[in-house]
Ligand binder design. Structure first.
Ligand SMILES: Nc1nc2c(ncn2[C@@H]2O[C@H](COP(=O)(O)OP(=O)(O)OP(=O)(O)O)[C@@H](O)[C@H]2O)c(=O)[nH]1
Ligand SMILES: [Mg+2]
Length: 297
């Protein structure tokens, strides 16, 4: 099943972002460090490139991601034109301090009260945009929440005489063409819960992490390797935890949400779902499948 989520307020958000980019000097794109490729919204890239605005890519929630793979992403992204990339955790004051100097370097001509540096913070939902704004501003000025689509409108914050930061609502794009991106985004909690099936997403997540992070999973869930396959893993987890529904059946839904929540909170360990290398392989396979499908029609 493919996952799609583009609620009405995002159409308005897209239009407003396009307008705002006319009067902003650069984009701060916040990505989820566990999925820097899947959480990169192609619509944001297109709007930004149309206006030729430079971009600071922030790989946030790096406390939840595999540090070695995050390094690979930084090397990869820092090779892109008009782009700078850093990894942070929004909870670290030291990490937050790095953001504004990097923005200033990307648009050095905007550095005075007459020409203030105007930054638009964008990204898919729930990646920590508003948390970062509050941390930069040292004040809880933007609403934050552990669910996607908390921010519904742009909010402009004057930081000092020469810097202005605008928070924007998290944006998805109208069609997620690659199913893997949909599952990764849902697993990382950037998609509204009514738009995906938790059990299916948990099984997808299990398969995505069981080989590289099998030891962490075995330790967390006290299930020995080799793991049972797909749904059977959830059955086993439900049995271990005593998740039982009427009639003595295993509560697969509860096992699925347990796996998802433990992953989202970093309780299993620091886990990345994709690296630049695995993403390239995945995209090549996707392109080939598309071609094969179109030649069969
Ligand atoms: N573990 C971890 N959690 C974070 C980090 N940054 C933000 N969060 C959490 O992520 C959740 C979403 O944060 P928000 O700042 O509301 O995210 P947003 O991108 O503004 O979300 P929308 O407005 O819905 O698009 C909150 O529960 C934050 O506490 C981080 O670096 N690490
Ligand atoms: Mg927000």
């Amino acid at each position: 099943m493919s996952i799609q989520w583009f609620p009405g307020h995002m159409t308005a958000a897209k239009k407003k972002a396009e307008e705002a980019l006319e009067t902003n000097d650069l984009v701060i794109e916040v990505l989820d460090a566990r999925i820097p490729g899947s959480s990169s919204n192609p619509m944001i890239d297109a709007i930004r490139k149309e206006r030729q605005r430079p971009c600071l890519k922030i790989l946030n929630k790096s406390d939840l991601a595999d540090p070695k793979i995050t390094e690979d992403w930084l090397s990869y992204l820092n090779n892109m034109p008009q782009t700078k990339a850093i990894s942070i955790t929004a909870k670290s004051t030291n990490d937050i301090k790095k953001i504004l100097p990097l923005c200033a370097k990307l648009a050095p001509h905007r550095n005075s009260s007459i020409k203030p540096l105007r930054m638009l913070i964008m990204g898919v939902p729930n990646v920590g945009k508003s948390t970062i704004i509050n941390a930069i501003h040292h004040k809880k000025i933007a609403k934050v929440g552990n669910e996607p689509a908390v921010t519904k409108q742009q909010q402009r914050i004057i930081l000092n005489g020469s810097m202005i930061l605008t928070d924007t609502p998290g944006m998805m794009w109208p069609k997620i063409s690659n199913d893997i991106d949909g599952y990764f985004l849902a697993a990382c909690h950037t998609i509204g819960i009514n738009a995906y099936d938790e059990t299916e997403t948990a099984i997808f997540l299990f398969n995505a992490i069981k080989d590289n992070y099998g030891d962490l999973m075995a330790k967390k869930f006290k299930i020995e390797k080799p793991f049972p396959k797909d749904e059977e893993f959830l059955q086993k987890l439900a049995k271990k935890r005593g998740f039982i529904v009427k009639g003595g059946h295993m509560d697969l839904y509860k096992a699925a949400t347990t796996l998802l929540n433990d992953f989202r909170q970093g309780n299993i360990g620091a886990i990345s779902l994709e690296s630049p290398a695995t993403r390239e392989i995945m995209l090549k396979k996707f392109a080939k499948d598309q071609l094969d499908n179109s030649s069969q029609v």
